[in-house]
Design a protein around this ligand. Sequence first.
Ligand code: PLP
Length: 373
Amino acid sequence: MSTISFHGWSRRYAPDVERVVELVREIGESDEHILKSRVAALEDEVAAATGAGHAVGCASGTGALTLILSALGLNAGDEVVTPAFSFISSASTIALAGARPVFADVDEHTGTLDPVAAEAAVGSATRALLPAHLFSCAADMAALRRLSDAHDLRLVEDSAVSFGATVNHKPAGTLGDAGVFSFFPGKPLGGIGDAGMVITDDGDLALTVRMLRNHGQRPGQRFLHERVGFNCRMDELSAGFLLEALKDHAAVLEARRERAQWYEERLRPLSPDVVPPPADFAGRAVYTYVVRATRRAELRKHLAERGIETVIYYPRPLHLQPVFAHLGYREGEFPVAERLSRENVALPLRPDLSRDDIDRVADAIHEFYGARA
Ligand SMILES: Cc1ncc(COP(=O)(O)O)c(C=O)c1O
């Protein structure tokens, strides 16, 4: 029985090997290693693809969020409202920028920041909202924009996982004051290592982000440090690889959407034992396919015994992470976030999986819940 691996990295990168070798040679023989022409070209491509006024390449999605939040000039005591259920960066970067993450529960269908809960979390110390799109579902940016406008808050869009998606008919990343992309290999546009990008229409913010990514130096002015910055730069190998990957990004996204649709057809009948993500994948960047499942641990064991790898995103909500224990949140405070942490399970969704592979996963899930479809 062959294994259906979750990531299938070696398969995925196999067609790129020659290109990577060629790129390493090109870069090795040039004097362009970091923040040079390929990074600038990638920034231009991302700005053009999203319509953003400015795109600033950096070392990771986490770095991109850190740069934006640092550029906003948050102070100790300032608060930023963020979902209780997300990847750690949506909250850790707030703390890294010197402010306090304030958690709010998420919507049970999309798993993203619930605008009503967010509103209840806004107080006199709130400076910004930081919603995150997750697993191809977008946060309700229209409601969150209304909320941020009403309270004069900055709106930072954690669109790390959404390159190539549209939200309310606009490119993801362009609905807040600034957005980010992660090019971690598992993301919709996956790189050869860690890399990220900030996009914004705010020229002052973009300049500050550019300075902060490179030790607080103004572009073109070395060894004059106007701010306490970071080393959060993008290298030329990452940028060169991503420029190439961009060429078939649309086709890869389409292949993933098609596979998500196959799962939808097979798994929807199993609801409520298995609750698939909201249907209609048009315009969504489906980098992973996450369902809610009862008896999750047993289901995963059943699938593993049949050679099917699954992953849990994420087993513990942010407010219950040890690193935030000092903030004083308690279990039971954000029931939806806690439930998603208990029930979520991600199924393999590689673009190279065949209809038979997806059927094999779906058959095994039907077998587990004692039904056939
Ligand atoms: C919602 C979200 N935000 C931010 C990040 C951070 O991106 P990176 O891994 O490139 O630092 C991730 C990565 O998983 C993410 O899922």
